[in-house]
Design a protein around this ligand. Structure first.
Ligand SMILES: [Zn+2]
Length: 244
C-alpha cells in the first residue's frame, strides 16, 4: 500500500453511504482513478476541496492495490475553473470533454499528455476562449489519438491497404474506405485529402492549431459521426452541440 500525491481533475462524483463520495478523476501522474473520500458531505469543506466535477485539485491517496477504489485522504482545491459555469454552451462543451475522458480513457494508465490536454482545454474554456469550435475539434481528435481510439486516416478500414485517392469516410467502419471497399458502407461520406490531413494535423498538435473556419463544419460532422458509431454508450453531451 503506497501513499501518493497527484493533481486531479474530477470527472464524476457520486454520493456514497451517508456522508462520503466516490469519484472518478483524471490525474497528472497516475491516469484515470476511482477514489473514495470519507466524510466529505458531513461538514462543509472549509479546509479541503468539495471535489466538484470539473475542478483541479491536489489529492493524497492510498493505493490499495487490492481494489481499484482508492482512499483519498486529502484534497485541496487548486483551480475551481468557475468560468465554466457562466455560459450554457461553455458548460456543455466542458461536460462533453469530461464525458469523453470518462468514456474512452482506461483506468490506471498514466497519461500525462492527456491530463495536460484536458486541463488546458477546460482552462481555456473557463477564460472565455472564443474559438470553441476549433477547440472542440482539437480536443476530440487529440484525445482519441492519445487514448489509442482514433479513426483510421491513411489505411482502408476494409482491406487495410493505403488509400491514395478517392477515400471515403465511414464513421461506422471507424475511418476511411478505399473505392473498392465502398460496398461495405455505401453511405460513406466524401473524405478529400485536405480533410484527412487536417484531422491528422489536429491529432498531432499539443495545442489547437489555426483552422480555416470553412473547414470546421465538415470536420465536426465526421468526427461526431465517428463518436456516435464507435463509442460503447451514447454520449448525452454529444447531442445538441452547436456546430460553430
Ligand atoms: Zn479497401
Amino acid at each position: 500500500m503506497g501513499l501518493h500525491t497527484a493533481e486531479a481533475i474530477v470527472l464524476r462524483r457520486y454520493p456514497f453511504r451517508e456522508t462520503s463520495v466516490t469519484l472518478t478523476c483524471l490525474t497528472d501522474r497516475f491516469g484515470k482513478l476511482k477514489g473514495l473520500v470519507k466524510g466529505l458531505r458531513a461538514q462543509p469543506p472549509r479546509h479541503r476541496s468539495a471535489m466538484e466535477p470539473m475542478t483541479v485539485n491536489r489529492i493524497v491517496f492510498y493505493d490499495t492495490r487490492a481494489s481499484q477504489l482508492h482512499l483519498i485522504s486529502q484534497c485541496e482545491l487548486l483551480e475551481p475553473l468557475s468560468g465554466l459555469q457562466g455560459d450554457l454552451d461553455v458548460m456543455r462543451l466542458a461536460a462533453l470533454c469530461v464525458d469523453l475522458v470518462d468514456t474512452v480513457v482506461p483506468l490506471e494508465e498514466p497519461q500525462p499528455a492527456l491530463y495536460a490536454l484536458l486541463k488546458q482545454t477546460l482552462a481555456h474554456l473557463a477564460l472565455g476562449g472564443t474559438d470553441r469550435a476549433a477547440l472542440r475539434l482539437h480536443f476530440i481528435i487529440r484525445l482519441l489519438r492519445l487514448a489509442g481510439f482514433h479513426p483510421q486516416l491513411d489505411e482502408c478500414t476494409g482491406c487495410g491497404q493505403r488509400v491514395h485517392a478517392g477515400a471515403r469516410w465511414s464513421a461506422r467502419q471507424g475511418g476511411i474506405l478505399c473505392p473498392r471497399c465502398l460496398p461495405e458502407d455505401p453511405h460513406a461520406d466524401h473524405a478529400p485529402p485536405e480533410l484527412l490531413e487536417a484531422l491528422d494535423a489536429l491529432a498531432d498538435a499539443d495545442t489547437p492549431p489555426a483552422l480555416a473556419p470553412a473547414a470546421i463544419p465538415a470536420l465536426t460532422e465526421r468526427l461526431d459521426d465517428f463518436l456516435r458509431w464507435r463509442l460503447d454508450r451514447p454520449l448525452k453531451t454529444l447531442a445538441g452541440m452547436p456546430e460553430r
